[in-house]
Ligand binder design. Structure first.
Ligand SMILES: [Zn+2]
Length: 726
């Protein structure tokens, strides 16, 4: 789904980009645009990034001790520090609301309680020795009726039960039913909002649902059995005629049709003769070891949770249409011209863009072998969790390739200004994510232009025209990043949005920096996101990340599910584990859980297992609770001992969350020195950390905490100590 974007300078600025936010980023923006037809103010008051820090107010005057030489004087110095500490502790205690008696290990460092490991999911975060996952293979033959704007289809789904349980019923995801009057979706979201149905009366009509059972004897014909169908709106129960035993398969045969909504909750729909078709067949819900059947309704914000399988699609459209879809086109010779077939072969060996269908050919009629009657396009894909398609009589088609993987772009001539770059954008995106994280496994990646602004499906990225190539790339590379999360690492999007949107937002910073370094390198882009999170914390608008997407305030969806988890991964990578260790662990997570269904605990455990660090404090602070982060420099004492300056520095932690300390000392001679401490220094005392230093021939004039803004810290007014005037 769509994401927050950087502005043209590569720096994110909420206050300066309200229009942008309202258009595409925070969900409220999109809603308000549709409701009011206008942009609006940002949803919560946030200061502009880069505004000057409030003047530093140092809380306590500190005596300067000079050259204590005797033991007694050294004891006195230590005593003075203790008195100072006691005073600070008392004032801190007075400021905090503290439980009267400690009743448990409430430390941020306490072991995080995770589900008990078992044979399906191990304590190391790996899939267990008996990990299982069910499988669904689909053959779908669909016809698009452009006159009635409807799709009719017959489908056979072969479902394999790898669970240890006998299943007497199956649950199907029937998302088109969100577009029925009085659906739960329509009761929750205003008609004109992003996820509203806009008064459209749609939904699935099942013409036939049957269970296909194998014949009683080998080679006997299959038997069609009557099933009972219970309509629960966007989830539908099918009570099987014959139960499905462990290790066995059964098939459902379903004939159905539905009217295509113009606005399909921003995930499918049509724009005149152009159709983008998704959530278009009854999909099996996931039955897993964690929760059994996952039957959360489809409301809008929460996306999908799907099992893997092979798909064979046969899409019948008017002959003048060009079809883009998940899977490899298997009958190109029938639906393309010989010229187009030859151009595609050339593109398969080209790292620059070849025009497969040009605007001139669309205008002259040379784009199609014929334009009367219908044509059936066939696509096959292996090991994907969904398959979708788009069709238009106006699609230009570009292609290039990387390592034999085709990178396509489909767009209308009116979008050509930005979109003639899109095939190359797609190519660069799969190359970047493949080389950094995990090899892209499928035969093509396609960017498709149309009314849906920012939506991902296997091998498919849907996006609108875009303001310019930068704007287009940010969305295209985001939707393509979803090929890794959740199309390969198939977490449950309807339960944990951050596990795909947040992880994807994080990997996007590398891809964006690769294509447009002049708009900011990866660190600058990460800082842009971090600054926003600080502002949100400052405004008190932050929420825990680990909230189900359908319960997130739509105004905060972009913050909670995209930016905050991305910033968390960035902190973990750059400040806590280091890039090498983080990348190794993150790759291990992707490798372990590719084509599987990881939970949050599987992620936490794998990262710790592969990085060799306990991170309870980080997961708890950043993902589970809603910890704030505020380090301070509470006191600095200096005393001279000959030509040596003895310094005692007391670092403070004013909020629940802990992070490493990055301190910079500036000296009287103008030189500087950095002192870095890991977050674990807060483990025995999470509010105060004392260090002593000796400097020969120079005296510190300034001590700063996190002077480069690398760590999240929502109050930077207490980050500097200065000797001036002391
Ligand atoms: Zn997304």
């Amino acid at each position: 789904m769509i994401r927050l974007r950087f502005d043209r300078d590569g720096v994110y600025d909420i206050a300066a980009t309200e229009g942008r936010l309202s258009r595409e980023s925070l969900v409220v923006g999109r809603e308000k645009k549709f409701v009011e037809g206008a942009t609006h103010a940002s949803p919560f008051p946030v200061p502009r990034p880069g505004s000057p820090l409030p003047p530093h107010l140092f809380p306590l005057p500190l005596p300067v001790y000079r050259s204590p030489s005797s033991f007694r004087e050294r004891v006195m110095t230590r005593y003075a520090v203790l008195v100072l500490l006691a005073a600070l502790t008392q004032s801190a205690a007075a400021q905090q609301t503290v439980a009267t008696l400690p009743v448990a290990d409430t430390s941020i460092f306490a072991p995080l309680v995770l589900p008990t490991a078992n044979v399906y999911r191990t304590g190391s975060g790996r899939p267990g020795v008996n990990y299982w996952q069910n499988r669904a293979d689909y053959d779908i033959a669909a016809t698009l009726d452009t006159a009635t704007k409807s799709v009719s289809a017959t489908m056979t789904m072969r479902y394999t039960n790898n669970s240890p349980d006998t299943l007497t019923y199956l649950w199907l995801q029937t998302e088109q039913n969100a577009f029925k009057a009085n659906s739960l979706n329509s009761l929750i979201f205003p008609q004109d909002s992003r996820f509203g149905a806009r008064g459209f009366e749609g939904g699935y009509v099942f013409d036939r649902v049957e269970q296909v059972a194998p014949g009683a004897r080998a080679n006997a014909p299959s038997r069609k059995l009557k099933v009972t169908v219970r309509d629960h709106e966007t989830v539908t129960k099918v009570i099987l005629a014959e139960p499905l035993a462990p290790g066995k398969s059964t098939s459902l045969e379903i004939a159905y049709h539905f009217a295509v909504p113009e606005h399909g909750a921003d995930r499918m729909g049509h724009d005149g003769p152009l159709f983008e078709i998704a959530q278009w067949y009854p999909r099996i819900a996931v039955y897993d070891d964690v929760r059994g059947w996952n039957t959360e309704p489809y409301l809008g914000q929460g996306e999908f949770y799907l099992d893997f399988g092979n798909y064979n699609l046969a899409i019948t459209v008017p002959a003048g249409y060009i079809v883009a879809a998940t899977g490899a086109l298997t009958n190109g010779a029938q639906v393309l011209t010989p010229t187009q077939v030859a151009r595609l072969a050339k593109a398969a060996k080209s790292d620059t863009v070849i025009r497969i269908v040009t605007a001139e050919e669309l205008a002259s009629g040379a784009a199609r072998p014929r334009t009367s009657g219908t044509m059936t396009w066939k696509f096959a894909s292996k090991n994907v969790r969904d398959a979708v398609w788009a069709a238009s009589p106006e699609y230009q088609w570009d292609a290039s390739s990387w390592k034999g993987i085709m990178a396509y772009a489909y767009y209308r001539p009116k979008a050509a200004a930005n979109w003639s770059d899109a095939a190359d954008q797609s190519r660069m995106s799969i190359k970047e994510y493949s080389e950094r994280w995990f090899q892209y496994p499928w035969p093509h990646i396609s960017a498709i232009e149309g009314p849906i602004s920012g939506m991902e499906y296997p091998m498919i990225a849907m996006e609108a025209q875009g303001e310019d190539v930068y704007d287009l790339y940010n969305v295209v590379t985001h939707e393509i990043g979803h090929m890794w999360f959740p199309m390969i690492v198939a977490s449950n999007e309807r339960v944990r949005m951050w596990q795909d949107e947040g992880f994807n937002t994080f990997i996007n910073t590398f891809s964006e920096a690769l294509r447009y370094p002049e708009k900011g390198d990866q660190m600058a882009r990460a800082k842009g996101e971090r600054d926003i999170i600080e502002q949100v914390m400052k405004a008190g608008a932050d929420k825990p990340i680990d909230i189900g997407p359908d319960r997130i305030n739509p105004q905060l969806l972009g913050i909670s599910a995209y930016l905050k988890p991305s910033v968390g991964l960035q902190q973990l990578r750059q400040e806590i584990l280091g890039p090498e260790t983080f990348d190794e662990a993150f790759r291990e997570y992707i490798r372990r859980w590719a084509y599987k269904h990881p939970t949050a605990a599987d992620f936490y455990r794998t990262m710790e297992d592969a990085a060799g660090r306990r991170l309870d404090w980080f997961w708890r602070g950043w993902f589970v609770e809603n910890a704030r982060y505020d380090q301070s420099i509470d006191a600095v004492q200096t005393r001279m001992n000959g030509d040596t300056t003895q310094v005692t520095a007391i670092y403070g932690n004013k909020a629940r969350g802990v992070l490493p300390i990055r301190a910079r000392f500036t000296f009287s001679d103008g030189s500087t020195q950095e002192f870095n401490y890991p977050a674990e220094v807060w483990s025995t005392n999470s509010v105060r950390y004392l260090r002593r230093y000796s400097f020969v021939g120079k005296t510190p004039t300034k001590v700063e905490i996190d002077p480069d803004g690398r760590l999240v810290d929502f109050d930077r007014s207490n980050n500097t100590w200065s000797a001036v005037g002391k």
